[in-house]
Design a protein around this ligand. Structure first.
Ligand code: NDP
Length: 317
């Protein structure tokens, strides 16, 4: 069985190519070509948890599981908050074929999933990107978004000033005016695309600040108990999800807005793979507000890990 490190993950699959891999697997998911049991979470104590995300794909024929330790305070130790491993099996004979670093694949595939949604749903002339958060996900969402639209202005808002300053310093990019802003409202007003990539359990993004034509990727809240956008924000957007089953049980802002009566069950317009597959319309005009809710799907981990496996298996160690 091949062990694949984070360095190999990043070297083998550049973000631009990871976007295509993730888009393709989300089409397969929406066509029913993936087996995706709901993920399982076990509290470990002190706010930490272990997550198990099993799944299987028809093409490529692989199945496996991501086992991930969720340690929200890890960045203070200089570590990713998502420590883990993806165990990949060949579904033709059941052999384990690879153990792939889970932190790097999670970071890459999540940013790739958002960027694919931006490619499909954002206005073609989108130039201004707002990123809420400055952690590992924000780090990967910036280059992923630069791969799908020629953003020339990027605003970053984050809770801790020093983290925002460090983000701006490490992401200096020629041709991109990258600046730290003092409030979420300042980041969002006038932006074309908004990415929420924080660990906030409560809504930091208000629907009142959204403007016609914007596209929003909701990334940071992946539990039913968390949300980053308020009810009005959910209600104002054409709302797409990674999987219907996951969103109905685990998308905190959807569940809360439904309970509050701000939206109905039919507010979820469909899965993002159906938009990629053109079986449902995504953006219908320049004034739509579109929203992609990312919870994270084991199929994304498996497809990304398998593509990396194919690329590294003959490479020298
Ligand atoms: P990091 O720990 O690296 O970064 C966390 C970010 O959240 C920081 O920018 C931090 O701001 C901000 N933050 C934390 N608490 C709050 C709060 N109460 N209010 C506002 N901002 C806050 O985490 P990651 O970047 O790895 O992950 C970010 C989120 O994305 C997590 O919730 C994670 O579970 C989720 N995630 C979602 C995935 C998906 O598939 N949808 C996949 C992987 C992760 P600062 O540092 O400035 O204080």
């Amino acid at each position: 069985m091949r062990q694949i490190s984070s360095e190999e993950v990043y070297a083998a699959l550049p973000i631009g190519e990871c976007i295509d891999v993730v888009e393709a697997v989300m089409i397969a998911v929406s066509r029913g070509e993936a087996n995706l049991p709901l993920r399982w979470l076990m509290p470990i104590g002190a706010g930490n948890a272990m997550g198990l995300m099993p799944g299987g794909l028809a093409d490529p024929p692989v199945h496996g599981i991501k086992i991930v330790s969720l340690y929200p305070d890890n960045p203070r130790r200089g570590l990713s908050s998502h420590q883990g491993v993806i165990l990949l099996f060949d579904s033709r004979d059941g052999r384990p074929i690879a153990a792939v670093d889970g932190a790097s694949v999670t970071a890459q595939r999540t940013a790739a999933a958002s960027a694919a949604a931006t490619r499909a749903l954002a206005r073609k002339d989108a130039r201004v990107l707002a990123i809420l958060g400055s952690g590992e996900q924000a780090d990967h969402h910036l280059p992923a978004h630069l791969a799908v639209r020629p953003f020339d202005e990027v605003r970053v808002w984050t809770r801790t000033l020093a983290h925002g300053e460090s983000f701006v310093a490490r992401h200096a990019t020629p041709g991109v005016a990258l600046r730290l802003v003092a409030s979420v409202e300042e980041a969002v007003r006038g932006a074309d695309v908004v990415v929420t990539a924080t660990a906030s359990p409560t809504a930091i993004l208000k629907g009142a600040w959204l403007e016609p034509g914007q596209h929003v990727n909701l990334v940071g809240a992946s539990l039913a108990s968390a949300r980053e956008i308020d009810d009005q924000g959910v209600a104002r957007g054409r709302y797409f999800v990674d999987t219907l089953a996951g969103a109905k049980t685990q998308a905190g802002e959807f569940i809360d807005a439904l309970k509050a009566g701000a939206i109905g069950e039919a507010h979820i317009l469909g899965e993002i793979g159906q938009v990629y597959d053109r079986t449902i319309p995504g953006r219908t005009g320049d004034s739509d507000i579109t929203i992609y809710k990312s919870l994270g799907v084991a199929a994304q981990d498996l497809a990304t890990a398998h593509e990396i496996f194919l690329r590294v298996q003959h490479a020298p160690r």
